[in-house]
Structures are given as structure tokens and as C-alpha cells.
Design a binder for this molecule. Sequence first.
Ligand SMILES: [Cu+2]
Length: 130
Amino acid sequence: MKSVLLTVVAFFGMAAQAHEFHTPNYCSTEIKNFCAHIGYSSQPEVNKAFEFVVDLVASPDALNQVKSAEVKLWMPEMGHGSSPVKIQRLDLKHFQVSDAFFVMEGAWLVKVDVKTASGTVQIDIPFTIK
Ligand SMILES: [Cu+2]
């Protein structure tokens, strides 16, 4: 039974990593060594529902303090966002995001708000839509 459980954990751990594309890591400007990137399997297209996974990169202690996360899509040069996304936690460090609509080409930020026991960690992940 224990080995079955370990196999299942290993499988989902791998599945969460199995993305063809990744952004670099970007880190909180306030909390040291708390970073994140996104992974995705197909390239985003304007106005088409896009799915990606937010992968938090932090110490095990920090990850254990994470309660939830929120994601917003924002176009800083133009001062507008997009419709709310769906977000679901997959495991300690991975969050599945769906219904993400980049409504125009250009420079976007995937704004990640990580809610922890001691406050919110903000991480902006630049993401360009061509
Ligand atoms: Cu815009």
C-alpha cells in the first residue's frame, strides 16, 4: 500500500512538471527566496482560453505556510486586466490556472498573490503574447 501511494505521488509530481514551455523564475521583491514560474503545454493565443500551471519555488518551510493563491492577468502599459481566471491547487507548490484570456497581443503580467500564514507574497511573472 505504501509503495502504491509513493507511486501515485511520484506520478503527479512528474505530471505537474511535464510542460513543454516554462518562463524563467521571478521572485518576490519583498520576501527573500520566494519565486515562481509558469509552465504550459501549448502557446497562448489572443482571446483563446489558455491553461498554465504556477510553480512556486521556495523552501519547504515557506511552501508549508502557503494557504492559497490568486492569479490576475494584467497589462501594465495599458492599465487593464482580463476576466477572472479559474485556479485550483494541485499540490504543495503547483496551482492549475484555466480560463485565462489574454485579450490582446503585447506585454502582460501574470500577477500571483500567494496567501501565507504570515501575509501575502506578490510575484509578477512577465508574459508576452504575440
Ligand atoms: Cu492592452
